[in-house]
Design a protein around this ligand. Sequence first.
Ligand code: 9YW
Length: 439
Amino acid sequence: MHKDVEQVAVDAAARVLDTNWTGRHTVPATGLYPHQWSWDSAFVAIGNRHREPARARAELVTLLDAQWADGRVPQIVYDVGRDDDYAPGAGFWRSETSGLVQPPVHAWAAWLVHCADPAGSAREGFFASVYPRLVRWHEYLHVRRAGGVGLPVAKHPWETGTDNSPLWDVALERVPPEARTPIRRPDLRHAGSGERPGGRDYRRYYRLAEAYRDAGCADDLPIGFAMVCPLFASVLAVSELALARMVTALSDGGGSAPSAAGGAHEAAAARVIAALDKHLWDEELGLYVALDDTTGERVHRATVNGLVPLLLATPLAPGSAMGPEGAVGVGAGRAERMLATLAGPGFLGGGPFLPSTSREDPAFDPALYWRGPAWFNMSWLLQRAVRARGRDDLAARLKGHFTVAEPEGFPEYVDPDTGAGRGTRQFSWTAALTLDMLL
Ligand code: 9YW
């Protein structure tokens, strides 16, 4: 991108984030998503750290203020009364937050936010405030959500952040497509029906959410859906490594984090990576897949989720200023296979943008949400991973995806063949990650 074109994109992205800022947090998009979403806020903070570091810190602190007593960080914190154009709302959960969770990118985000403004972070006591809460969040996942193979399970497709990915199809088939709650679809006022999950999916989503809510959101009662996701596990490992770095920063600053804690976080990351390597690798597809914790079976489907463990491949340049990812890693052979899969016909070799589902998967649909469209958070995650591996060619391709963000109005996702915007527009994480790419 030319410098002046970049500046136009940076200014426009900043305007999106300013518009979507409520004073305490950033909504993913006015209209479609009028509350605070968990992993959206982490991505937003990663972008805002370059221009509004205090706001980036506030974003994460606001989210952690909604943490439950059991340690979970909720999927949605409802801004009750501000706008109810989203369903299911606080009334459904009988709570000011959803009882579900989302992928744990928060500790990683907190680390990156700190690095952009260490002085401001120290002045505000940012780590002292967030570290203990992030530790309890991870403990919740490691203990209360522990599945059979030692990796945390998602109890609902919404928890994976990739709602209608084909990874969940078989498990969802077992869920009756009938819910007691009348289903409202205000989302269809903001995006085409061919770009959002269908009615049958939604009836199952509600059915599962009702079952979980009615069980008091307790995790010892099976509700019929428990999936281990390679994306979820990978970002948890990166976030554990971020906690290890926080411990060092806290003790350097005279803080009171227990000195053994750093090693414990590294050990937790290593355990997650070992379990991922042992149970989720699919040799034929050349990437990691999901595992159905209720049957013990792996789901033989190729999606972008299965390439995210590339983040855990040891970087070629040790000690690079990348961040905590890659400090301990998946096997080198697997990293090379994943790079080949990423460059191959199912993903970047088959068209200009990185699809959410492989172009070679039978469910591939270039318009339908997580079944094909390219999402900017996935391009961002993989851009970091391939950069650390020294694959500047692939990094340039992935960075190139951000050139369509501003012209397309910062869409939620794009057609992976044409780059045409899909879903809602002025979407916060698209704007935030464009900033992170360009600044
Ligand atoms: C929903 C807010 C969320 C994202 C998810 C994405 C979608 C559907 O929107 O979820 O109704 O919550 O799948 O990753 O956090 O942007």
